[in-house]
Design a protein around this ligand. Structure first.
Ligand code: ZN
Length: 425
């Protein structure tokens, strides 16, 4: 098994990631997140939100509708231009993204293809009871649109001054021709995006600052195999002044987990034209009115999750350990009674478990022997295990075992909260 297979197998077996609608044979490009995957995703999003919104004075959040007026996507260019080139195998009619085709059809071995044609990757739906072109709408292909259409609302209702940013986390949808590489390229995914509005001329410094901030965040969550890569002028979108891809070394190669782009005034200009509303900003200090430039850091939650799983997956002699950063681990602590059939041990362990739950996400396990419980927690990345034994009843302390070093120490029950608070931050 290669690393990606090992990780997807662990993800399935331990409740991180399931194939979507599995009992009906699945649906390509869609995944469901199990109990532990849901916790991990939540922790990633929370860490990001804290870093880019709550710890800053200059960024506010927004949460916009997934289905928006289709004019939003006409103005942004998505209706006209958000397409991939599609080719079809002449023999078996399998379809491929033209960029991905490697000379031979992977289904039948055929070599003859149709001419490439454009395929819009936005999902269409209908709003209201009529299924006609007038009621056509789209599932958003990115969360950024919901930020731009609320630019005026935020200026009018919040005391924000340029430079400031608006952040959003949410689902986005793209009808990818070939979803692939597990949860790396899927048709439904979550994005974490910021649109940071600056005075034209201040954009280059803000761009550099955002690239640096984002790299620091990745370092902070323990992702080491991350590298920034500047897109060449040929690669980047025509309106973009500069784009840096933040790439991670996946088992299938260096791939983008986030893009930071200097988009100039392309978006606000397009929405000003599309909506007919004045989206210019009046700068009180400079006494001038202008259309701000925007810096956009845009990250994929599932891509970061997959990168974290790849980075954390470690095989040691007789155990598999997910060395996730403690703040991201689904459970922070697991609590065990040494023996499941001794009511006094179980009672004390239960009490410790309930107390710790007030401050941490805690797992309970009383199956099998202690060794098996350790390995089971190692495999899902739980940083600490607490064992309540007979000495605990007499001396008021417990054994705390560290996931990475496997070292054990005795800690007073009364000190557990402070002990974990210091370790998990
Ligand atoms: Zn074929």
């Amino acid at each position: 098994m290669d690393l990606l297979e090992k990780i997807s197998s662990l993800a399935k077996r331990r409740g991180f990631i399931y194939p979507g609608s599995e009992i009906y044979g699945g649906l390509a490009g869609f995944y469901d997140y199990g109990p532990l995957g849901t916790e991990l995703k939540f922790n990633i999003k929370q860490s990001w939100w804290r870093d880019v919104v709550q710890l800053r004075d200059d960024v506010v959040g927004v949460s916009s509708a997934i289905i928006m007026n289709p004019k939003v996507w006409e103005a942004s260019g998505h209706v006209g231009g958000f397409s991939d080139l599609l080719v079809e195998c002449k023999k078996c009619h399998e379809r491929f993204k033209a960029d991905d085709f490697e000379g031979v059809c992977s289904s039948c071995g055929g070599r003859e293809l149709t001419e490439p044609r454009k395929f819009n990757t936005m999902f269409k739906t209908f709003v209201g009871p009529a299924e006609d072109s007038a009621s056509t709408a789209y599932l958003r292909p990115e969360t950024a649109g919901g930020i731009f259409v609320n630019f005026k609302n935020i200026i009018d209702t919040m005391r924000v001054k340029i430079p400031f940013g608006v952040a959003q986390i949410g689902k986005a949808f793209r009808n990818e021709i070939n979803p692939k590489d597990f949860v790396f390229r899927t048709r439904e995914f979550e994005q974490m995006e910021v649109e940071y509005f600056v005075k034209p001329g201040d954009d280059e410094k803000a761009f550099k600052d955002w690239v640096k901030n984002r790299l620091n965040w990745y370092e902070g969550i323990g992702l080491k195999n991350v590298k920034p890569r500047e897109q060449s002028p040929e690669e980047r979108a025509h309106y973009s002044k500069a784009t840096v891809d933040i790439e991670y070394k996946f088992p299938f190669g260096m791939q983008e987990i986030e893009g930071v782009a200097n988009r100039g005034d392309f978006d606000l200009k397009a929405h000003e034209k599309g909506s007919g509303k004045d989206l210019k900003y009046f700068d009180e200090e400079a006494k001038e009115k202008y259309l701000p430039y925007v810096i956009e850091p845009s990250a994929g939650v599932e891509r970061i999750m997959l990168a974290l799983l790849c980075e954390a997956y470690t095989e040691e002699k007789e155990r598999v350990v997910l060395k996730l950063h403690p703040t991201l681990a689904p459970y922070k602590v697991a609590v065990f009674p040494l023996l499941a059939n001794k009511p006094k041990l179980v009672g004390l362990a239960r009490k410790i478990c309930e107390d710790l739950k007030k401050d941490f996400v805690v797992a309970w396990d009383e199956r099998g022997n202690i060794g098996k419980r350790y390995y089971s927690q190692d495999e899902i990345g739980t940083p600490f295990c607490v064992t309540v034994d007979f000495d605990s009843l007499e001396q008021g302390d417990v054994t705390v075992r560290d996931r990475d070093s496997t070292k054990q120490e005795r800690i007073k029950i009364a000190d557990l909260k402070t002990y974990f608070q210091e370790k998990i931050s």
